[in-house]
Design a binder for this molecule. Structure first.
Ligand SMILES: [Cu+2]
Length: 349
């Protein structure tokens, strides 16, 4: 019944629209030709004035709010990305302004006039070739530049990189530094428990000097290698001022390397904000506390970094070992992985 009523409503609606259009056609023919031309002229002026006003407003707001954009990129990789963003923005802005200005100008210039007849042509091969080839060349260049930067960004990590590990979980980042031996201790998921949520193998000598940090401190002009992971849901290692981000996926380790080029102190001067701090944020909507999933990032000189690194305490020595000694921490032994095929499992049953 409701379907029938719905169909009936649609048919009635169609009849109403047809009748209204018929009535407006009648009114138009009743009006004298001069009045019709005047009415079209007024509409054309109105439309093009509104169009130009919106165009000017868009351009002015772009410049007015330009200062709210991110400060200059604080990493070498980010500079390349920023260059790609800039060149794309400039090219598309030029095309946008030209096409929109022409559109609104044509609305006015070619509006209906009694003594003028529209020129008809079905197609123009030269014009079509031009508007296909020119954008194709421009896009090829943009993609070419993009690919070139992509391969540079995902090039092998330099050997002298500072190695850190960032693990996301609802709603905080755990940052582990490789320590003075420049090697992160192995992790094994079979070791994960309440005391060891990263599953670090404390029998691995490389784990002994690893330390957890409340903030990310990095030396300027030195490559930084970041191993990224997640414990629960999808997160995203996001450094807006460095124009970098990389997904943090449970079960799939990801990696990124970059080179910071502006210290926090320098950036405070550039932004004229003495309280400025770089931030590591999460760029995936990972839950109710997502907005608060941040960590302070400090870019310092090499000397400051060395002093800071030496002042950090090994997590094993200060937390794990004392707990093991007084029996409140149990290291689960690494069990060798057993491979069981589906057929073997079926046999056992
Ligand atoms: Cu998150």
């Amino acid at each position: 019944m409701s379907i029938l009523l719905g169909l009936l409503t649609l048919v009635l609606l169609y009849i109403v629209i047809v009748q209204i259009s018929k009535a407006s056609d009648l009114i138009k023919t009743l009006r004298s030709g001069d009045k019709q031309e005047e009415s079209f002229g007024n509409s054309a002026v109105f439309l093009s004035v509104i169009g130009f006003a919106i165009l000017v407003y868009s351009i002015v707001t772009c410049f007015t709010y330009a200062h709210t954009l991110l400060p200059p990129s604080a990493s070498e990789q980010g500079e390349w990305i920023q260059w790609l963003i800039d060149i794309t923005l400039v090219l598309t802005a030029i095309v946008f302004v030209i096409t929109q200005a022409l559109l609104f100008w044509f609305v006015y210039k070619y509006h209906y006039r009694k003594d003028r007849k529209a020129y008809f042509f079905a197609d123009n091969n030269k014009l079509e070739a031009a508007w296909t080839v020119v954008p194709a060349i421009v896009l090829t260049f943009l993609i070419g530049f993009g690919l070139q930067k992509w391969f540079k960004i995902y090039s092998p990590t330099p050997k002298d990189a500072v190695l850190i590990e960032a693990t996301g979980k609802q709603f905080l980042w755990t940052i582990r530094y490789a320590g003075l031996d420049h090697a992160l201790g192995n992790r094994d998921f079979t070791l994960v428990n309440g005391d060891n949520e990263l599953g670090i193998n404390w029998n691995d000598p490389a784990s002994r000097d690893d330390f957890m940090a409340d903030e990310i401190v990095l030396p300027v002009n030195k490559p930084v290698s970041v191993n990224i992971g997640a414990l629960d849901v999808l997160h995203d290692f996001y450094l807006p001022e460095f124009r970098l981000m990389m997904d943090a996926v449970p079960g799939i380790p990801t990696h990124i390397w970059f080179r910071p080029i502006i210290t926090t102190e320098q950036m405070r001067k550039i932004t004229k904000n003495p309280k400025f701090d770089y931030v590591l944020a999460c760029n995936k909507l990972c839950g109710s506390g997502h907005y608060n999933m941040q960590k302070k990032v400090r870019i310092v000189t090499q000397e400051e970094f060395n002093t800071w690194e030496k002042s950090q305490k090994s997590y094993y020595e200060t937390v794990v070992k004392p707990a093991m000694d007084n029996g409140t921490y149990k290291q689960v032994e690494v069990a060798p992985l057993q491979s069981t095929t589906v057929a073997e499992m079926a046999k056992k049953k």
